[in-house]
Design a binder for this molecule. Structure first.
Ligand SMILES: C[S@@+](CC[C@H](N)C(=O)[O-])C[C@H]1O[C@@H](n2cnc3c(N)ncnc32)[C@H](O)[C@@H]1O
Length: 393
């Protein structure tokens, strides 16, 4: 009888040969066998996960990547590949009747991923401690290796998520996330994130031009170039007809687009007094429109439920609104929102709602000069894209 270790090694070699020959299905089966023979073999899980990701078997790949990370949380490539696999949940274009993904597996995967990230500082300390022991016992070569291993682990991955807005394209890959951040900063040095508070914004005097809404310091509240995103988002949230809610009136772009559909009611929540006045003027000759002149945080208590919801207030907080969406949507109701980049925190918050989801990356042909645009993601053809995360109850 062949010893399990030898059997695993044989399976790994055979799987690699099959993979090299392009026989990916058989290679996956062989690696799967290896994981059964030795469930603690990281290499077997890693190879299986890689093939499953490459062949588009995202659901099973997530399980395999989770195993890799649980067995060897210091393999950074596994974190990155795992994140990329999560993105493979996307469907190319949302249409009425599109298949949505169940967020259950994504939710579990995100929780495990967070756990893995949190393990990294512990691992770094372990490597450093091992290095200290080797150093004290004069084993300099081993000490150097342990310190190098410790240094290879990222310092502040969590910061990379929250500050950099690292996208799900790059989780676990601090280098790539930092590169995005530095590139964005170089292109848009005047961008200072969400530093303006909601309270100060709501009492600020706004300037309305033909193409934008500006704060006194030139900070852009809403810009004409966002029109294609707004028009596509309006199509998405009106697929059910019925009752539609938009939070944030801005330049009336999305609300004008929403009016192209036949609806029962069209509710708009807007908090800034100058914008409220414009919304009320705009609504005079529109059908079924109700303007709710308050912050959404107060308005939600008495607002009812909807077949379609859009959220774009520019100001944080956004995640508390996301958490309300299961209650605000009618069965089959659709929710989407504006964001420049896919942000891990948003995906995470929405995964926890249990709503099913789809992702559409909307490309832009035209680029206009402004700082937000330059912060957006690009697709493989180098076009800017708007990520539309679409949720369904
Ligand atoms: C970026 S604009 C929305 C643009 C809009 N989607 C359009 O198509 O023109 C953001 C809007 O949200 C409003 N807003 C900000 N905070 C809000 C809050 N807490 N509740 C309701 N509206 C808010 C702002 O006054 C502003 O009009």
């Amino acid at each position: 009888m062949v010893a399990p270790k030898v059997k695993t090694q044989n399976l790994l070699s055979r799987g690699s040969a099959l993979a090299e020959a392009g026989r990916l299905k058989e290679a996956a089966n062989t690696f799967r066998k290896a994981t059964k023979v030795d469930p603690t073999c990281t290499e077997a899980h890693f190879n299986l996960a890689t093939i499953l990701s490459e062949t588009g078997h995202s659901c099973e790949a997530i399980g395999a990547w989770e195993k890799v990370i649980a067995l060897s949380p210091d393999i950074l490539g596994a974190h990155r590949a795992f994140g990329e696999t999560l993105l493979d949940y996307e469907i190319p274009k949302f249409e009425a009747g599109s298949a949505f993904k169940d967020t259950g597996p994504l939710n579990t995967a995100i929780a495990d991923y967070r756990h893995a990230i949190e393990t990294i500082p512990v691992l770094r300390t372990c490597h450093s401690n091992i290095g200290e022991i080797y150093l004290n016992t004069g084993k300099l070569e081993e000490a150097e290796k342990a310190f190098t291993d410790a240094a290879a682990l990222p310092e502040n991955l969590e910061d990379a998520f929250s500050d950099v807005g690292a996208t799900l394209n790059h989780p676990g890959n601090l280098k790539a996330a930092t590169a995005i951040y530095q590139e964005a900063m170089a292109m848009a040095p005047d961008y200072d994130g969400d530093e303006i508070s909601e309270a100060s914004y709501l009492s600020t005097n706004l300037t309305f031009t033909e193409h934008e809404i500006l704060l006194p310091d030139g900070f852009e509240v809403m810009m004409e170039w966002e029109r294609p995103i707004m028009e596509r988002s309006a199509e998405i949230i009106t697929v059910n007809g019925g009752d539609v809610l938009n939070v944030g009136f801005g330049m009336a772009i999305i609300d004008t687009a929403i009016q192209q559909s036949t609806l029962d009611t069209h509710t708009i929540i807007e908090a800034h007094p100058q914008v409220v006045a414009r919304a009320e003027e705009w609504a005079k000759d529109k059908k079924g429109v109700r303007i709710v002149p308050s912050r959404w945080q107060e308005a939600l208590k008495r607002i009812g439920s909807f077949d379609g919801i859009y959220f774009d207030t520019l100001m944080p907080p956004m995640i508390p609104f996301m958490r309300e969406t299961p209650k605000l949507l009618k069965p089959g109701g659709i929710f989407t929102f504006f964001q420049m980049m896919i942000q891990f925190e948003n995906i995470e918050a929405m995964a926890q709602t249990g709503l099913s989801f789809a992702l559409e990356r909307m490309p832009f042909e035209e680029v206009s000069e402004n700082r937000y645009y330059r912060l957006m993601e690009k697709d493989e053809q180098g076009r800017f894209t708007a990520p539309l995360l679409i949720y369904k109850k």
